[in-house]
Ligand binder design. Structure first.
Ligand SMILES: Cc1cc2nc3c(=O)[nH]c(=O)nc-3n(C[C@H](O)[C@H](O)[C@H](O)COP(=O)(O)OP(=O)(O)OC[C@H]3O[C@@H](n4cnc5c(N)ncnc54)[C@H](O)[C@@H]3O)c2cc1C
Length: 220
């Protein structure tokens, strides 16, 4: 039998993990599903931002800035080094360590805030049921009063979900975040953020910018 949650979030990137943590803090029984694996082959929460985007790129930029400072600025301070070299392996290793710390941090935040994580591919089924194909091959079924899709810009997840609801629509054609009202299930009822009122926009922001990706299903 499907386990019942007040909120099920598909995707644990910045949109999804904020939404899940906030929902749990507001007292809602919350699950968050993510399919991603880290470099070590283990589940890694945090989405594009923590795994391959913002955080790793800034870690590498920081390393290259240190090198630039050494070769361009340190001389002014009377600091010199002979024939400085870059050990790319060490630089990448530092970056990987930072990514591991950050993605592990999300798992700890989930634990602290009582968000139940599911590691695998989530798919929205009729009736607010979400099936999760877990990494060990097993499938679990969850049922949510509300389902938030925060699958990022990777069409792998979100587009499949949207196609189930709005035949023929393609997520990549939607230029801006939108709110999907699960009651409606017709293209005309899909509202973009520009079209919805201030109250809904504020509510969306309150849900941890779940709409940055951004689709919230059945929340409003
Ligand atoms: C190189 C790079 C650098 C960046 N630097 C910055 C920066 O400095 N500042 C900034 O603000 N932004 C930056 N970004 C953008 C930022 O990473 C994204 O805006 C942000 O990650 C979007 O968050 P999200 O939660 O919407 O989606 P994502 O972070 O993409 O998370 C979506 C998650 O959903 C999961 N998922 C998708 N479908 C399913 C499914 N069906 N079942 C289970 N899980 C699923 C994915 O595995 C993923 O973990 C950068 C991006 C890149 C690529």
């Amino acid at each position: 039998m499907a386990e019942q949650f007040d909120v099920i979030v598909i995707g644990a990137g910045p949109a999804g993990y904020h939404a899940a943590i906030r929902a749990a803090q507001l007292g809602l029984k919350t699950a968050c599903i993510d399919a991603a694996l880290g470099k070590d082959g283990k589940p890694a929460l945090g989405g594009t931002c923590l795994r391959v985007g913002c955080i790793p790129s800034k870690a590498l930029l920081d390393s290259s800035r240190q090198f630039w400072n050494l070769t361009h600025l340190f001389g002014e301070h009377g600091i010199t080094a002979k024939d400085p070299q870059i050990d790319v392996g060490a630089m990448i290793g530092r970056k990987d360590k930072i990514v591991k710390q950050f993605t592990g941090g999300i798992a700890m935040l989930f634990k602290a805030n009582k968000v139940t994580p599911y590691y695998g591919f989530g798919q929205l089924q009729p009736g607010n049921v979400v099936t999760v194909k877990q990494h060990d091959g097993s499938t679990v079924e969850l049922k949510g009063t509300n389902v938030i899709i925060a699958a990022g810009s990777d069409g792998r997840g979100a587009q499949a979900q949207i196609d189930r609801i709005v035949t023929g629509w393609r997520l990549r054609r939607v230029a801006e975040p939108m709110i999907v009202n699960l009651d409606a299930q017709t293209p005309e009822k899909i509202l973009t953020l520009k079209q919805v009122g201030k109250a809904e926009r504020d509510a969306a922001k309150h849900l941890g910018q779940a709409l940055s990706a951004g689709i919230a299903l059945g929340v409003f």
